[in-house]
Design a protein around this ligand. Structure first.
Ligand code: RET
Length: 251
């Protein structure tokens, strides 16, 4: 008999709660944008787009549209009888990857602008980030549960290290060179980002990768991370930007 790994009440309710939080953040960030002149709105605009995309993706997941069933065949060995195989169908929310492929570059753009990175470095960091998400998508779907998925996972992790390199080395260097408050703020929000982001591949490995976490728990784990990485990150950035004029950028 096939085994189905699907979201229950907890997961379903969590998806709706996060959808509502993302919509509220969109409204708040839009209001904050309107309270400053257009020349000073770049962070506001980037950050608002992040929560708009997240609202759309959470709406898709909550309504059951951004998800498909992923099939894997597992071989079970027994002592005295021949091996048997079992079919597992697990819900994989592909809407996440659509969301992440747009929102993670935008989140990085916020940090790159804050640090004052050059165009070349910004571009390399964003492209490495897109490679990370797309190879993560291949890991989740492309390999039908074969061990090759860990190959794709490894490529995604290498791309992640490239992203971290650009932000933690070049970004931090540039931010520190701006001195004082900007340097300190970049270290704080950058470290926060590094910690949150690093938990994503860990959850992926336990849930999607090795199937040791229920779909419900996976939804809850990503929900907590997504709220920290988008609304909390965004509010922190925009409120600090309001009170620290040195974070102004003139593009
Ligand atoms: C995957 C799996 C493959 C290996 C790696 C991953 C990293 C994902 C990250 C996601 C960040 C998402 C954010 C969302 C915002 O709400 C694709 C899970 C390295 C870092 C910040």
């Amino acid at each position: 008999l096939p085994e189905y790994q699907v979201a229950g009440e907890t997961g379903q309710r969590t998806l709706w709660v996060v959808f509502v939080l993302m919509v509220i953040s969109t409204i708040v960030f839009t209001g904050m944008a309107w309270s400053v002149p257009i020349q000073k709105r770049l962070y506001h605009i980037v950050t608002t787009m992040i929560v708009i995309f997240a609202s759309i993706s959470y709406f898709a997941m909550a309504t059951g549209h951004g998800v498909s069933y992923h099939h894997t065949k597992v071989t079970e060995s027994h002592r005295h009888v021949p091996d048997t195989t079992k079919d597992i169908y697990r819900q994989v929310y592909w809407a996440r990857y659509v969301d992440w492929s747009v929102t993670t570059p935008l989140l990085l753009l916020d940090l790159c602008l804050l640090a004052g990175l050059s165009g070349g470095h910004i571009f390399m960091a964003l492209v490495a980030d897109v490679i990370m998400i797309l190879t993560g998508l291949f890991a989740a779907f492309g390999s039908e549960g074969t061990p090759q998925k860990w190959g794709w996972y490894t490529i995604a992790c290498i791309a992640y290290l490239v992203v971290v390199w650009h932000l933690a080395v070049h970004g931090r260097g540039m931010a520190m060179a701006k001195g004082g408050k900007v340097g300190k703020f970049f270290i704080a929000i950058g470290s926060f980002t590094l910690i949150i982001w690093t938990v994503y591949p860990i959850i992926w490995g336990i849930a999607d990768g090795s199937r040791n976490m229920s779909v419900d728990m996976e939804i809850v784990a990503y929900a907590v991370l997504d709220v920290l990485a988008k609304p909390v990150f965004g509010a922190w950035l925009l409120f600090t930007h309001m009170s620290v004029p040195e974070t102004n950028i003139d593009i």
